[in-house]
Design a protein around this ligand. Sequence first.
Ligand SMILES: CC(C)(COP(=O)(O)OP(=O)(O)OC[C@H]1O[C@@H](n2cnc3c(N)ncnc32)[C@H](O)[C@@H]1OP(=O)(O)O)[C@@H](O)C(=O)NCCC(=O)NCCS
Length: 124
Amino acid sequence: MKILCGTDIIEIERIKKAILEHGENFLEEIYTKKEIEYCNSKNNAKYQHFAARFAAKEAIFKAISSLVENKYKLSWKNAEIINDKNGKPNIKLIGINIENSSIDISISHCKEYAVAMCTLIKTN
Ligand SMILES: CC(C)(COP(=O)(O)OP(=O)(O)OC[C@H]1O[C@@H](n2cnc3c(N)ncnc32)[C@H](O)[C@@H]1OP(=O)(O)O)[C@@H](O)C(=O)NCCC(=O)NCCS
């Protein structure tokens, strides 16, 4: 069994600036439709949630990059973060298959920063 971790921290202001400057182009490059809907539903707090998902995707990249053939082929939308009915975020990998593995993500954000931590367990 192998355990792989990835973590990331980001300044929320950086993501807010990118969204305000590049709008839809930035959002559509980084986030899936469901992620955009989720973050926009948070109204004034939306930048925290967008930043958290940016950090989550970086954390996932760090956890999985050694398991894919070419890490440079990974894109932002290879991973989608969807919250369940209790609010827990889950990862849906899109277009990547990591056999015999289980992956999880944890997210936190405050006024200035968002952090995410991804854990992947591969059984063989
Ligand atoms: C879920 C909870 C712990 C989040 O903590 P918080 O300090 O308010 O907020 P944070 O910024 O640290 O975390 C927010 C993230 O937590 C994650 N989260 C929410 N509910 C979750 C759950 N049930 N399980 C795991 N992660 C959860 C989400 O990813 C959320 O960010 P997102 O909406 O952008 O996806 C809190 O809202 C809550 O419900 N607390 C009541 C229960 C409690 O604190 N019990 C402690 C004693 S057991």
